[in-house]
Design a protein around this ligand. Structure first.
Ligand SMILES: Cc1ncc(COP(=O)(O)O)c(C=O)c1O
Length: 384
């Protein structure tokens, strides 16, 4: 049998803390390794497979689009792209009805930062401690964790980090030079911390009154993950820009930035080769249709509540706190999380860390009750 692991080690970069696992197949909430061993997947490609791995509707859309037109740059109009733009505008919270399509979360954040500076003529961006927005230089400048930033100085100037859920601290950093506030509604990589209603209401009011743009990063929380189409919907939050990616196209790489009419960008000031390509657009149209038809938002709410209630009921000894919104779940442990991630893998459940002590679960929203029970049972065995 080909040694895929050796090939990756020889010719890839060792950028990721790898698990000793070669995944070759997936269906809904299950994945299989090269030896045919089955796992319940609470990683979902890092929060991508909301509609399940290899969703039938996505397969169908991608297969038929692949035979028609795969690439079509933004200098031409395109049928599937125009349909997706209209669909995203219809789903957008508030009046963020103009869409820029790109290829990843970091790219959607980069676009938001450029659009904010261009629109306001100002440079400063206020973001949050524990916030995560990606690895490219602009997105990294907005990301908090020194572990990701330290080796890449100097980063883009003008970024300030203030404690999350602390309105007074945020307010104190807003000046005449502030272009935008950039926040996650649920901090994912930072440990699954949910914003409070008061905090978001106050931030939105302050931005409105002081002419500062509000950018919300829903790259991880978007597309039904938290029990609503977007996490903003829980808070009736209507940002000026919303960054999207991950689950948008059923597993294909795609990002999007939703903008309201305040955001003005002139021709030629930004661009992308692959952004809005017909293949990803066809996948996104199918994935979004599936989310709506199968009411994945409600499924995420109900399943997330069930799993968290089940885990809380067990009174698990190694658990400090469980935080969640829908199926975006963070289990803060008393100790380092890494050995527990490996123990879960041994028992057939894949999970993620979110910082040193938080175990994060981002299963496909299509996960079945039996699979959820298996996750609950395995966590109980390991964390009890
Ligand atoms: C909230 C948030 N923003 C941005 C990103 C970056 O997305 P990508 O890895 O697609 O560049 C991530 C990735 O985890 C994220 O969670």
């Amino acid at each position: 049998m080909t040694d895929y692991k050796a090939l990756e080690q020889a010719f890839g970069f060792e950028l990721f803390p790898k698990r000793d696992l070669v995944l070759v197949r997936g269906k809904n909430a299950k994945v299989w390794d090269q030896n045919g061993r089955e796992y319940v997947d609470c990683v979902s490609g890092n929060g991508v497979a909301n509609v399940g791995h290899c969703n039938d509707k996505v397969i169908e859309a991608v297969s038929s689009q692949a035979a028609k037109l795969i690439t079509c740059p933004g200098i031409f109009y395109n049928d599937v792209r125009s349909t997706l733009l209209e669909r995203l505008a219809a789903l957008a919270p508030g009046d963020a009805k103009r869409v820029f399509l790109c290829n990843s979360g970091a790219e959607s954040v980069e676009a938001a930062l450029k659009f904010a500076r261009y629109t306001t003529g100002k440079t400063e961006i206020v973001c949050a401690v524990r916030g995560f927005h990606g690895r490219t230089m602009g997105a990294l400048s907005a990301t908090f964790n020194p572990k990701y930033r330290a080796d890449f100085q100097p980063l883009v100037p003008g970024f300030h980090h203030v404690p999350f859920n602390n309105f007074e601290k945020l307010k104190s950093k807003i000046t005449d030079a502030t272009a935008a506030v950039l926040l996650e509604v649920v901090q994912g990589e930072g440990g699954v911390h949910v914003a409070t209603h008061d905090y978001l209401r106050n931030v939105a009011g302050l931005c409105r009154d002081s002419g500062v743009l509000l950018i919300i990063d829903e790259v991880q929380s978007g597309f039904c993950r938290t029990g609503k189409m977007f996490a903003c919907n829980h808070f009736d939050l209507q940002p000026d820009m919303i960054c999207l990616a991950k689950a948008i196209a059923g597993g294909l790489p795609m990002g999007a930035l939703l903008c309201n009419d305040k955001i003005q960008v002139a021709i030629g000031k930004h661009g992308t080769t692959f952004g809005g390509n017909p293949l990803a657009c066809a996948a996104a149209n199918a994935a979004i249709d599936f989310m709506l038809a199968d009411n994945l938002a409600e499924q995420a709410r109900e399943k997330g509540d069930w799993l968290v209630a089940e885990l809380r009921r067990q009174g698990l000894a190694k658990v400090r706190e469980i935080r969640h919104l829908g199926l975006m779940i963070g289990i803060e442990l008393q100790e380092k999380v890494k050995p527990f991630i490996f123990a879960l893998l041994e028992d057939g459940v894949l999970a993620l860390p979110a910082g040193a002590k938080v175990l994060r679960l981002l299963p496909p929203l299509t996960i079945t009750r039996d699979e959820l029970k298996k996750v609950a049972q395995t966590l109980t065995n390991i964390l009890g």
